[in-house]
Design a protein around this ligand. Structure first.
Ligand code: GLC
Length: 415
């Protein structure tokens, strides 16, 4: 439960021009966001491709890549001519990994998640490291906020939908954020002068729930994923429920059954393509569940193309059922995280502003998530008081609004 120092919700009159950076798994997304007030905005963006090797590279490579991409963006949009190091462009850095923050513009990475394993970043202040790289290039930008994607989703969505109560990501990772009153947060230093009723956003980081492995039942495949991951023992909940892992669980089951000669048993059937870790994207699972073609032709083609495997009738039935079981467990777990926040805060109605590939692309995720939430929270037939909405752009719009809110707050302090 990380305090993010995002204080209060946006009022809708936030204005200004901001740069936002979002480090995803495959791209760096850079946006110039102009907030025009009354919920209006203008966004210009570019994506800079991140080499897959960088995920396990060095800190130097990471910061160089981000700073060089930022420099390129500033040049393309002529922002380097408009701003200077004396009057820099305020920047919101969406960094969606667990960070410990003592203030909104700093954050120390606790541990990498989602398969990242870049050396020399854990235990370091990511804002300081990035600022150094900016300074080396004399870039006219200044980090105002280090933002988690869940918080960005919550704030961006609250900007246009006041019923948003939780920001959630059901994607490569799995996590949520909500607003808490300072009086209920023992870890906040009371000497900082924050009032008890001041709302502040909490990044739950509940992907790390049950890292002690005491609560959730694990299959041997879950254990294998954990053991073979860069951070065994960590993100226990996420490894059962997030998009990065669903396809991998599926692969491990198939591989195991193939080894035990229960699947793909024909002599001319070569299933060696199954041996490549993480070769099955969660999108494949969605595709299988979504397949309504006669005799599941689409599923057959996917298996042939991706894995060079010819599926027999009973194998098709099996892979369909397997894809379903893995996705159902994931969706039901995802609802537990949200239910826990609702119970803790006594939230009885409102919107869960969600983003991420699983929420957006899996055909049955939303319904399963909703049904599980209804079970946990004991809703009556036909009730739907807490529902999932599509989050507004958290890492662009959200990060920009957070910068605007923070600058406004600082201005008030000076006055
Ligand atoms: C992982 C990260 C968390 C992020 C989530 C969704 O759980 O640790 O910070 O919010 O993925 O991207």
């Amino acid at each position: 439960m990380n305090v993010t120092w995002v204080q209060g919700l946006p009022e809708g009159d936030e204005k200004g021009t901001f740069l936002t950076l979002d480090l995803g798994g495959t791209n760096l997304r850079v946006c110039k966001v102009t907030l025009l007030g009354q919920g209006k905005r203008d966004v210009e963006q570019e994506q800079y491709r991140m080499m897959p090797e960088m995920k396990t590279g060095t800190a130097k490579q990471l910061w160089t890549y981000i700073a060089d991409s930022t420099a390129q963006f500033l040049k393309t949009y002529k922002l380097d001519q408009k701003y200077s190091t004396n009057e820099p462009l305020p920047l919101g850095f969406t960094f969606s990994y667990p960070v410990h923050q003592d203030s909104i513009d700093h954050g120390t990475l606790t541990t990498w998640t989602k398969g990242f394993d870049i050396k020399g970043v854990e235990g370091e202040d990511v804002a300081d490291a990035l600022t150094t790289a900016f300074e080396e290039r004399k870039l006219p930008v200044k980090i105002i906020a280090v933002v988690n994607d869940t918080v960005g989703a919550l704030i961006a969505s609250s900007y246009s939908d006041p019923e948003s109560v939780i920001g959630a990501i059901f994607g490569t990772g799995c996590n949520a954020a909500y607003m808490e009153s300072c009086g209920s947060i023992p870890k906040i230093d009371r000497s900082k002068g924050l009032k008890d009723d001041q709302l502040i956003s909490i990044n739950c980081e509940y992907g790390a729930f049950d890292n002690a492995h005491k609560v959730l039942p694990l299959t041997k495949y879950d254990k294998q994923i954990d053991e073979e991951s860069p951070r065994p023992g960590e993100q226990a909940f996420e490894k059962l429920s997030a998009g990065l892992y669903l396809g991998e669980i599926f692969r491990l089951v198939l591989l195991d059954l193939e080894k035990r000669k229960l699947l793909f048993t024909d002599r001319d059937q070569d299933a060696s393509a199954l041996k490549h870790p993480y070769c099955i994207d969660t999108g494949i699972l969605s595709g299988i569940e979504d397949d309504e073609t006669p005799r599941f032709q689409k599923t057959r083609e996917m298996f042939l193309e991706l894995l060079n495997i010819f599926l027999k009738e009973y194998e098709i039935e099996f892979v369909r059922r397997l894809a379903e079981m893995i996705a159902v467990r994931g969706a039901r777990l995802c609802s537990c995280g949200i239910a826990a926040i609702c119970r803790k805060k006594g939230i009885r109605s409102g919107h869960v502003a969600a983003d991420g590939s699983v929420a957006n692309k899996h055909p049955k995720f939303k319904r399963r998530w909703r049904n599980a939430l209804a079970e946990v929270l004991d809703w009556k037939e036909g009730e739907d008081p807490i529902s999932m909405t599509s989050a507004e752009d958290g890492s662009g719009l959200g990060a920009a609004i957070i910068c605007a809110m923070e600058l406004k707050r600082r201005e008030k302090l000076v006055r």
